[in-house]
Ligand binder design. Structure first.
Ligand code: NAD
Length: 299
């Protein structure tokens, strides 16, 4: 029977969004213009289109100006680069996000590396990666999903994570590595596990805090979890759900929720955990970028 506290990412994201809306109004009062987020989508991938629409809708709800540039699949790398350069130079645009993945004929890193670092609200530009690595969070723009993971963990554990054993499963540039940097900054003892890690269950059993970012449905089992540990499940995996009807599917995380929630102290659900926080942190980054560009100290 489940006894873990369920960490409600939807509620936490709603609280943060409300706070950001009032800070946005203060920004508008101070500068006379709204923060502006430009989201660039190349091609017609349906999942990407949904993400982009949600980002635009949340930005508008907060009082941001939202620009959506939708380019055809056949857009050349040079055309995309020209658009990025225009957005870089436009002083009314504070945040630029290029929705990934890009079509195969476009070199992703080339495009990301061209985004002005101070407008790189995804935090993927090498300058922001470096600032995060150096622990300079006053200047970095931090990737949204990892930043959301830390806030979710803190709702269960409290603001002081120092000394905790944290195990991150996954070493991607988008989630695993930046989350590790953030947890180091929080004074955790950090282990990054990955596909070549020996005896993963034993490694995970040491953790007071587990961040699972693998992309394998329900891989992490309840008996890998130290009793009372906090579990943040980043994975989003679509699996068949015959119980909902023929051909139906559902989303599950990287953690086997039923068995893990019987042992963990706190756990994020999928959906409704990390996902909603990712968009809220994107808005946070956009407002931070706008304030920095206007010379207003972020609080
Ligand atoms: P990725 O494929 O880039 O990286 C996966 C990592 O898992 C790799 O580092 C790999 O070494 C590790 N791995 C693979 N198999 C393993 C195994 N058997 N044991 C241990 N480690 C293993 O994925 P990603 O971009 O980091 O995303 C991970 C998951 O998080 C995906 O399900 C993705 O959809 C999800 N995600 C969610 C959000 C969100 O907003 N909620 C954002 C980004 C990613």
């Amino acid at each position: 029977m489940a006894h873990a506290k369920i960490i409600d990412g939807k509620a936490l994201a709603a609280d943060l969004t409300e706070q950001l809306a009032s800070e946005t109004q203060q920004y508008i009062d101070a500068t006379g213009t709204p923060p502006c987020l430009a989201v660039v989508l190349v091609g017609a991938d349906p999942a990407s289109a949904v993400y982009v629409r949600n980002k635009g809708a949340t930005a508008q709800k907060l009082g941001f100006k939202s620009i959506q540039e939708t380019l055809p699949e056949t857009t050349s790398q040079d055309e995309l680069i020209a658009l990025i350069e225009t957005l870089n130079q436009d002083r009314s645009v504070h945040g630029i996000l290029v929705q990934l993945p890009l079509p195969a004929h476009i070199e992703e890193s080339k495009v990301i590396n061209l985004i002005a670092p101070e407008k790189d609200v995804d935090g993927f530009h090498p300058i922001n990666v470096g600032l995060l690595g150096a622990g300079d969070l006053d200047r970095a723009l931090v990737p949204c999903t990892p930043a959301g993971c830390i806030r979710l963990a803190k709702t269960a554990i409290g603001d002081d994570l120092s000394g905790l054993d944290a195990v991150i499963i996954g070493r991607s540039n988008i989630v695993g590595k930046p989350v590790a940097q953030l947890l180091l900054k929080e004074n955790c003892t950090v282990t990054i596990a990955h596909s070549r890690t020996k005896d993963l269950p034993a490694v995970v059993r040491r953790a007071d805090l587990v961040i699972a970012a693998v992309g394998r449905a329900q891989m992490v089992k309840g008996d890998w979890i130290k009793p009372g540990a906090t579990v943040v499940d980043v994975g989003i995996n679509r699996v068949p759900a015959p119980e909902k009807g023929e051909g139906k599917t559902k989303l599950v995380g990287d953690v086997e929720f039923t068995s893990a929630s019987a042992i963990a102290g706190a756990i994020t659900p999928v959906p409704g955990g990390v996902g909603p926080m990712t968009i809220a942190m994107l808005m946070h980054n956009t407002l931070t970028a706008a304030r920095r560009q206007a010379g207003i100290e972020p609080r």
